[in-house]
Design a binder for this molecule. Structure first.
Ligand SMILES: Cc1cc2nc3c(=O)[nH]c(=O)nc-3n(C[C@H](O)[C@H](O)[C@H](O)COP(=O)(O)O)c2cc1C
Length: 172
């Protein structure tokens, strides 16, 4: 069975993390594609699915995709965001995504910061509902950076180890 790395990405940050994960998977039987190009989730035993946080939450195409993943698939979720890495918003967005995976088994999560274009920050800064994360995102330029990429690769290898463990000791 194959491993899929899939992502929703508007400005390339989540795509960059997806590519790092894909690279770290080495010689695995693997595919990488944007969510909108994924046809058959049944072909995969492990799916890495990434999304950016937009307007405090998980973008709808990623929501629909996560909901559609069938049972028996191991799912690893990752996200990028302007807010600080350890903050409440990234945690809540990932928790929301976990809740959407009604059938798939979520076996790990990863998140890191992603640069926000300055013109977007400028236009969102005076909207009260966005001001908190926009303030934090002022220090996100250059993310994902080298350390984020390294952490994403470590995450991918940890997930592979977990899956190999399940295979060696199948849960019956
Ligand atoms: C319109 C807009 C809304 C955003 N909303 C949030 C948000 O609510 N919280 C947050 O932490 N980051 C937010 N971001 C920042 C993105 O999550 C971040 O830049 C992400 O890395 C973009 O990923 P992508 O390049 O894969 O599209 C927003 C960015 C834009 C442009």
């Amino acid at each position: 069975m194959k491993t899929l790395v899939t992502y929703y990405s508007k400005t390339g940050n989540t795509k960059a993390i997806a590519e790092a994960i894909y690279e770290a998977l080495g010689k695995e039987n693997k595919d990488i594609k944007p969510i909108k190009e994924v046809k058959n989730t049944e072909d995969y035993s492990l799916i890495f699915c990434g999304f950016p946080i937009y307007a405090h939450s998980v973008p709808v195409p990623a929501q629909n995709f996560i909901k559609s993943i069938p049972s028996g698939v191991n799912l690893a979720l990752f996200s990028t965001h302007g807010a600080l890495r350890e903050g409440r918003m990234p945690k809540e967005a990932i928790e929301h995504a976990i809740g959407l995976a009604k059938n798939a088994k979520v076996i790990g999560t990863f998140n890191c910061r992603g640069e926000v274009p300055q013109d977007e920050l400028d236009s969102l800064a005076d909207k009260p509902e966005h001001s908190a994360w926009v303030m934090e995102a002022q220090s996100a330029p250059s993310h994902p950076d080298e350390d984020d990429i390294k952490d994403a690769k470590t995450f991918a290898l940890d997930i592979l180890k977990k899956v190999e463990k399940f295979d060696a000791f199948p849960v019956r």
